[in-house]
Design a protein around this ligand. Sequence first.
Ligand SMILES: [Zn+2]
Length: 298
Amino acid sequence: MRLGIDIGGTKTDAVAVDDAGTLAHRVRLSTGFGSPAVVETTLTAITDVASLAGLAAADFESIGIGIPGVVDNRSGYVRHAVNLGFEELGLGDALAGRLGVGVRIENDVTAAAFGAYRLLGIESSMAYLNLGTGIAAGIVIDGKLWRGARGTAGEIGHIPVDPNGELCPCGQRGCLETVASGSSIARAWITDDPHPALALFDAADEGDSKAVAIRSRLATGVASAVRLLILTMDVETVVIGGGLSHLGDRLLGDVGAVLSSWAESSTFLASLELTSRVRLVPEGRPVAAIGAALVGGA
Ligand SMILES: [Zn+2]
């Protein structure tokens, strides 16, 4: 049995899975804010799942954690976890010191990529395109994560796509993240609705011209990300996950329409069959926590 935790900005998901990746137990907790609270939430999540499984933490074959931020998966050090309220945290050492067993720390998108790869039974190469507050990808090639020489592989959100676009917090202008992410929607479509992206899509369906324009910009941005991932890595499949993936077939349909329109004007792109290589992550499955559990033993 392996244990995996996905520490999100609001919720922490913890699972126990068997070696085949089948979900055995699951616990969800509210994530604390700030480094001491994040460590305590994680320890509680581990204890709760272990007790459901009737095991002690030390009995698991591995424990893996997925967390947002810049993660050094060798040292377990996490930086710039802005949404969790800390700049730096030696999470691996903090947890190992309390649990008495080693814990593997991964970036949450990287963990989700591995989880999606296993859950979907993909056998060749895959990019997991996470559409959350930002946009980033995790890459799995022949069953192994490709993190890059310095852990930056897949950080496509900060590839500028519009030289006249918005200034990005990273210091560049017109990054992909400024047009194709949850935060870009939140800035462009001001609403009190707890599900702003859904509200945007509904308004566009009702013919609101501003909503139509924002929705169209999102579809073009996501389609650009798909094209970028396939042209640079030639991954067989791009799996869309993250908060915006809850838009489901409405989002996939929009993105497919953009990709198909490009194929009509480019025989080169048509030959790549981009539309048929995109799919959504399975709804309601804790892919990041499952991935964290499985990558802990990889
Ligand atoms: Zn940027």
